[in-house]
Ligand binder design. Sequence first.
Ligand code: ARG
Length: 590
Amino acid sequence: MKKILEVLKQEVTDAFVQAGYDEKYGMVTLSNRPDLCQYQCNGAMAAAKEYKKAPIMIANDVVAILEKSETFKKIEAVNPGFINIVLSDNFISGYVSDMRKAGDFGYEKTKNPYTIVVDYGGPNVAKPLHVGHLRAAVIGESVKRIGKFVGYNMIGDIHLGDWGLQMGLIITELKKRQPDLPYFDESFTGEYPEEAPFTISELEEIYPYASAYSKKHPDYLEEARNATFRLQKGERGYAALWKHICNVSIADLKKNYDRLNVHFELWKGESDAESYIPGLVEHLKEGGYAHYSDGALVVDVKEPTDTKEIPPCMILKSDGSALYNTTDLGTIIERVKLYNPGAMKYVIDKRQDLYFQQVFRCARKAKLVGDDVELTFLGFGTMNGKDGKPFKTRDGGVMRLEYMINDVTQSVYEKIMANREIPEEEARDTAEKVAVAAIKYGDLSNQPSKDYIFDLDRFTAFEGNTGPYILYTIVRIKSILNKYKELHSDVRPEELELLPASSDSETGLMLELTKFSDMIDVAFKENAPNKLCQFVYDLANAFNRFYHENKIIAEEDEKKQASWIALISYTLDMLNQCIELLAIEAPDRM
Ligand code: ARG
């Protein structure tokens, strides 16, 4: 069905035309004075120039026509030429009823669905997830879910950092510690899988150790380089060991991402790009896209309209080795070949912005992607501590994501237990759900590109624009519906009829519901889960206002009560849909 803004725009446009003005002036927006009206049209002001008339006269002409329409409760022209619009309760409840009938909350899926790859997560093998990985995970997951709801075939790819010198370092250190492992024997023919000779905790200790050690010991670094080289050449033993390292690491990463309700369709990594690199280099050379500069192979990516210097995209270092850029170009080639996507979206720390500009320009210049394939860099800002600096542990170290979730869960658990008696297991489960919602909502409610401050007290508060407040609202509606069902076990709320609103708070709630489809479109186009959060918050507020002003269960007028039940049940469905798009889960009670 048509989005509400389109419906209104159509009606207002028709009136402009009927009154003798051009259709382009029939614009409608949400009101910026909600105390006066719900929507507004500023077209008369724009039309005044063309028709050399006072805007208020034009507005009056249009209003004279619209006044006859059943769509509006109140429509008026106000100085200097605004048209203020208040919808009729019949129209609003009729629109919501149509949404209920249409399914998908009245949202019309895209008519041109294609595949979109979302590159998000980006953790590195053998390194624990830290809070820096949080944003990529939660924003990417939501962007993916919104796209899926809109109708696209969404593929989330974690793009593991599983290649390069870091792997050589781990292998070198393992060799030093466990020289008798069969992998280091050049005649190794063993096959994966066998039990890995190390645990995740050992791996996580080895990498930083090896990395620091290599900085002080050039021989060791040389050995690590050599190990990397042997791995990349595909030597059997090294490959088997590498596979172990990846698998142990992936099992641990999955556990952590599961906790955040983040799930990837693809667990590919930088290593998957390796086989595309020789072809890429060849293509860049043959097509005349690349040239040598100081021994390195580079592609110029400057454009005449640039206002700042964009350095060339480096493909091979002078020693012939590939770089992070090269891997991303290889990955683009692979994605085009395997999934033929219409768009690729990269949810990555905004500090990698310049680097991705180079990669995208190089991909376009060398025609690695078709002109119609969209490449979007969705750079996110930093999560800071209260001191405004990147979030750290109390002693200044990097905070592991796991520990942060544990801390927040513990604090929510204490809050829940302070208020009431809940069985231990349920309380733990609820605390984890609420904590994850607090963390994720605290993040997602900010515009992705902005930095934000992690504030435990604010994020876990049950009041205000927070995850727990949204969950609390959901739980509240569930509990009212349960009470109603106890008294009317035969009634299905989704079959009850919705009547026109009989109070302002009821109108307000219905009006929020009507905005769903417009909001989804904006959230998708702007890659902005924060728009979804804002909507959920407005909807939760509208519900709570309605709830406080009406005694739903005690209402004696049965028809009215049934309509209210229909209304809040639909509100619950929509809230649930929204939090699913944010990848947040609600408990049954709190
Ligand atoms: N592993 C990288 C890092 O830690 C992030 C990967 C981002 N994705 C990409 N396609 N480059 O910085």
